[in-house]
Design a protein around this ligand. Structure first.
Ligand code: ATP
Ligand code: MG
Length: 302
């Protein structure tokens, strides 16, 4: 498929899901089973995704060589929305040396002895690298908000804890992202939007298929009771932190092939907009290369 056609396609199914301004954002306007009318067979979807991952790999090579920008990809979702498999498929072509995936689970006691951003800040990507956060500091306004008892474990001085704490945290996150942006970190945030119904189906599959048993956790099923609390928390988080420089993508996640295409398109688009290029060599470096060529050609062949 020619590049222009791919660009057209990606443009069409990326724009509807990009949230660059949080004000007025309503999650219920987003259909988890949306595919923008696109109907692809498995093979076609795979081919299109491969084109995306090839372009991503090309860009990553330049990102690494140029060593100026860093890229932070944040994945948030309810369980079984496909975070792991999306990361696996979208990043399949990239050089592992330039990429790091970090999964954030319940914090350790050492982590609870610090401010909430501490453990996330330690894993931010270096210049030239892509950092993937599988869950992130957004958990601090999602799971911690839904389960208020987790907040009590965070050892905050009590006079600092009020009903305003979530708005305060969201403002801190937005500012932190402004700061990172000004430091040369390109931030993209993905909410994989799976439906309540599709999640049930995927849990059932985990129960039915022995090779998926390891993925099953009874506590994930209990979390379904809090679905609407989570959705409210997600909506407020997106409203408070979506911006042009650090947009959210509310990615339909009931069809995995579509999820992967949208995420790949978003990453490719962001990287291509950075105008990455291999560093140009100066006269001294050129002389060094010429000298090396000469020395190599003078070597006697053994
Ligand atoms: P998997 O796909 O393997 O289930 P996962 O990301 O769900 O991946 P789990 O080990 O199942 O990993 O769950 C991690 C848990 O840690 C989640 O329930 C998440 O909400 C929780 N968690 C993450 N960050 C925090 C935090 N800051 N405070 C409390 N809980 C957190
Ligand atoms: Mg889990």
């Amino acid at each position: 498929m020619p590049r222009k056609e791919i660009d057209e396609l990606t443009g069409r199914y990326l724009a509807p899901f990009r949230i660059a301004k949080g004000k007025g954002f309503k999650l219920k306007k987003f259909d988890p089973s949306d595919t923008c009318g696109l109907e692809l067979e498995k093979g076609q979807a795979r081919e299109l995704l491969q084109r995306g991952t090839e372009r991503l790999a090309e860009q990553q090579d330049k990102l690494f060589a140029q060593d100026r920008w860093s890229v932070l990809l944040i994945f948030q979702a309810m369980d079984a929305a496909g975070k792991d498999s999306t990361i696996k498929h979208v990043m399949s072509g990239v050089n592992p040396q330039g990429c790091q995936v970090v999964s954030f689970k319940q914090p350790s006691s050492e982590e609870l002895d610090h401010d909430f951003m501490w453990r996330y800040a330690r894993w931010l990507p270096e210049r030239g690298r892509i950092g993937i956060f599988n869950r992130s500091y957004y958990e601090e306004v999602l799971v911690v908000r839904v389960h208020r008892e987790i907040l009590n474990q965070q050892k905050l001085p009590s006079r600092l804890v009020s009903d305003a704490i979530w708005d305060e945290r969201l403002a801190d996150i937005a500012q932190f992202e402004d700061y990172l942006t000004r430091q040369g970190t390109k931030i993209l945030k993905f909410f994989l939007n799976v439906s309540h119904k599709e999640q049930k189906k995927r849990f059932m599959e985990r129960l039915d298929e022995p090779e998926k048993h390891w993925k099953f956790s009874a506590s994930d099923v209990r979390e379904r009771e809090f679905w609407s609390d989570y959705m409210r928390a997600f909506e407020e988080a997106i409203q408070a932190t979506a911006s042009k420089h650090a947009p959210w993508f509310v990615v339909p996640a009931d069809n995995k092939w579509f999820t992967r295409l949208v995420v790949a398109a978003a990453v490719v688009e962001a990287l291509e907009n950075l105008d990455l290029a291999y560093p140009k060599i100066d006269a001294a470096k050129k002389k060094e290369l010429d000298g090396a060529r000469e020395a190599l050609s003078r070597e006697r062949s053994s």
